[in-house]
Design a protein around this ligand. Structure first.
Ligand SMILES: Cc1ncc(COP(=O)(O)O)c(C=O)c1O
Length: 425
């Protein structure tokens, strides 16, 4: 098989005729397929529904000497703090167990910085002339939506195989207007990259000009291997503390993709200073979160080993789906030289970087043939991918038979988009 870039015009024309026929045949099937959002499949949800049998009207609702049905313990059930502390490798007292979504806790952490300032701020960020924010990209669209909604000026930081480009980060944080940075350190969304020890050390030891710089460490995929064994990962809180940066970081995690998205438990982890400050502010917002759900999770998951065992069962469902996507790319796209991608071992996505200038067109052609994908550009701040190249593939929801069809449409659409581009240019 020849790379498209090495084909003569005649060869490209012949190839386009062939691929157009393939595309038209696929479109005629009138399929409705979706690889847009990273949702667990019904099979995964059915598997974890056994958790719902744990609490009944006659269950023991006392845990850690606390009646979980009543008000109290703003920071959460001690056993739940302990469970997440094991998962994240920190101390239970550094964990704040919130409600059903880590995204809410992230939004709230940033909102509080704008309205009240951080524990060490001179004034609330809302009173600053300018707030700039570092956004490693491709990244998570909902992170960028949060900082955009507060009016922060978002700066794209390219990703390398070991995490964000730290040379650039270290240069930019000399600007006092740069107040924070998003990070998804393990199985990043969408690349599936695991930050290297060196990247983590450089992040933890940053010396930003802004004294109230906020490192948003979203460890959403801390337990989420779909190939291979559980990968231990450094604790960012103690890393930051080592370099005198204990108060710089907030870490986030949830059981959204361990038990139920939207009905799990979310946490943040932070230094004692940050914890005292956040509890003071949150105590005005609420009396306590849902400790009944926290207890359900503690009794079901038990401890870190319990989570690892459950994640192996998820992996048995997810692994073949990721294998399917990677096999299609390897077979249909790699030999034609049309895109590159990381080969993730965990997380929820495969991130495909097409040849420049064809991501949007590949998305459009896929859509017209019945396949919905995450919008091209969505993985960049302001939805603008400078190279029009990155596409996020989310294979978790459809069954493998549908994924086979979806990947066929995707690969044929990419080939057609590439041929049209090469023949036009
Ligand atoms: C990196 C990342 N963070 C957070 C979330 C959402 O987490 P939660 O359900 O806890 O709000 C997602 C969901 O896709 C994600 O990919």
């Amino acid at each position: 098989m020849k790379k498209y870039a090495d084909m003569t015009r005649e060869e490209l024309l012949a190839e386009r005729e062939e691929v157009q026929a393939l595309y038209d045949a696929l479109k005629a099937k009138d399929l409705k397929l979706n690889m847009a959002r990273g949702k667990p499949s019904t099979e995964q949800l059915d598997m974890t529904s056994e958790m719902m049998d744990i609490l009944r009207s006659d269950s023991d609702y006392i845990c850690d000497g606390i009646d979980v049905r009543n008000y109290g313990n703003l920071e959460g059930l001690p056993s739940c703090q302990k469970l997440f502390a094991e998962m994240l490798g920190t101390k239970p007292e550094n964990i704040f167990c919130g409600g059903n979504a880590s995204l809410t806790l992230m939004y709230d952490t940033i909102a509080k910085a704008y309205t009240h300032g951080r524990v060490m701020s001179e004034k609330p960020w809302g009173k600053l002339d300018k707030v700039k924010w570092l956004c490693p990209a491709p990244g998570y669209d909902r992170h960028f939506a949060i900082t955009q909604s507060f009016g922060a000026e978002m700066i794209t930081i390219p990703m390398t195989a070991g995490g964000p480009d730290m040379d650039l980060v270290e240069e930019l944080i000399r600007d006092e207007a740069v107040r924070g940075m998003w990070c998804v350190p393990k199985y990043s969304n969408p690349d599936g990259i695991v930050y290297s020890d060196e990247t983590i050390r450089r992040i933890a030891s940053m010396k930003p000009a802004a004294k109230d710089f906020l490192l948003m460490w979203d460890n959403a995929y801390c337990m989420h291997e779909f190939f291979g064994e559980h990968l231990p990962f450094p604790d960012i809180l103690s890393e930051c503390e080592k370099y005198g940066n204990a108060d710089m970081v907030f870490e986030f995690a949830s059981t959204s993709k361990i038990t139920f998205p939207g009905a799990g438990v979310a946490v943040f982890a932070c230094s004692p200073n940050n914890m005292a400050y956040m509890k003071k502010l949150m105590n005005i917002q609420m009396i306590s979160f849902d400790k009944v759900n926290q207890l359900r999770h503690v009794r079901y998951l038990k401890n870190k080993d319990g989570v690892i065992a459950l994640m192996k069962r998820h992996a048995a469902i997810l692994g073949p789906k990721f294998r399917c996507v990677l096999d299609w790319l390897e077979r249909e796209i790699a030999p034609r030289g049309l895109a590159e991608w990381e080969k993730p071992m965990g997380g929820y996505f495969v991130s495909v970087n097409t040849m420049p200038g064809i991501a949007k067109e590949t998305w459009r052609l896929s859509k017209e043939a019945g396949l919905t994908m995450t919008g091209a550009g969505a993985t960049y701040p302001y939805g603008k991918d400078p190279l029009d190249s990155n596409m996020r593939v989310a294979p978790s929801l459809p069954p493998v038979e549908q994924l086979e069809q979806a990947m066929e449409i995707y690969c044929v659409s990419m080939r057609l988009a590439a041929l049209n581009k090469l023949l036009a240019g």
